[in-house]
Ligand binder design. Sequence first.
Ligand code: NAD
Ligand code: ZN
Length: 382
Amino acid sequence: MSFSNTAGQVIRCKAAVAWEAGKPLVIEEVEVAPPQAMEVRLKILFTSLCHTDVYFWEAKGQTPLFPRIFGHEAGGIVESVGEGVTDLKPGDHVLPVFTGECKECRHCKSEESNMCDLLRINTDRGVMLNDGKSRFSINGQPIYHFVGTSTFSEYTVVHVGCVAKINPAAPLDKVCVLSCGISTGLGATLNVAKPKKGSTVAIFGLGAVGLAAAEGARIAGASRIIGVDLNAKRFDEAKKFGVTEFVNPKDHDKPVQEVIAEMTGGGVDRSVECTGSINAMISAFECVHDGWGIAVLVGVPNKDDAFKTHPMNILNERTLKGTFFGNYKPRSDLPSVVERYMNKELELEKFITHEVPFSEINKAFEFMLKGDGLRCIIRMDA
Ligand code: NAD
Ligand code: ZN
């Protein structure tokens, strides 16, 4: 693919614009400005829908920011680069990421953190950092960005720190799901919960993120993986991911943490919460074994949620943790997660249950709202 004739020019292309909260997206012709300092312009080839897009599109109980271009799970190719960008060049295969890595701040220099000071996830900002403006417009009206990625557009502009350069041999229609959900779940288990071989792990929420967390438990050698979901339809799918037992909280008249404690002789060694429900977060914490249990929160809570548990649950040596993007540093670590797929250590095909052309992007929202399937790939060229 050659891009030499578009560099430095405004590109007119198709984008799916959310004009209002909860209303179907509209495919519009938008103008995408060239990248400024430390920015790159990407041609998006495949994008998929993650629950976080749906959550901010519904905008319930939030400060809504519209019109906006959503989308953050995607794969593409660098079209052009702005001033000061030395790590990327046109033609590079990349995954954009909703949280970034500037490589200079204290977080980026710490081995423990991926919470970059400059580029950590910011769902309220709809503009680029360089000039506080949007790169998207329709007849001069600015259209806001979403988490610095806005991948529901044939072209988008992203800060260089939010772009992972990956193996060009990796199929972008598969590895695009690593740009958010699957890496998040996998890393939540492997990097944060860190179950030991033979341990018991509970996974709350068996969507793509939760099943990726289950995949992490399988890779780590867990002996029992207990899947918890309110939607019984999820259990069939989950069997393909090494989940060994299922609990539907609706089938029991006592709290699910008590059910799990009974099943495991006092609690699981690790739990990973991937629902966004505050009740599930509390259950996920209270179902870990005292003395050593670790619970990891991944789901994005509602604005006014508060986590409530008796402090004695903590004094009894249970640990509560949380993570964004599975603790992976996007630029440094994501290429190696792609290699796990290339080495067949990690299977991505089973996460991809639907595919639609860009013109039918609203169907991907319907699947997610119905809880039908896991990931829906949206083909930008169709
Ligand atoms: P999804 O909607 O496909 O899956 C969520 C599952 O949770 C569903 O199957 C639902 O039935 C189940 N669920 C809801 N409430 C429950 C409850 N009380 N008990 C048990 N199960 C319950 O969503 P997804 O794309 O897999 O994302 C999961 C969560 O992770 C979302 O909240 C998303 O916003 C969040 N997320 C966080 C990060 C991060 O970096 N921390 C990244 C991506 C996604
Ligand atoms: Zn940083």
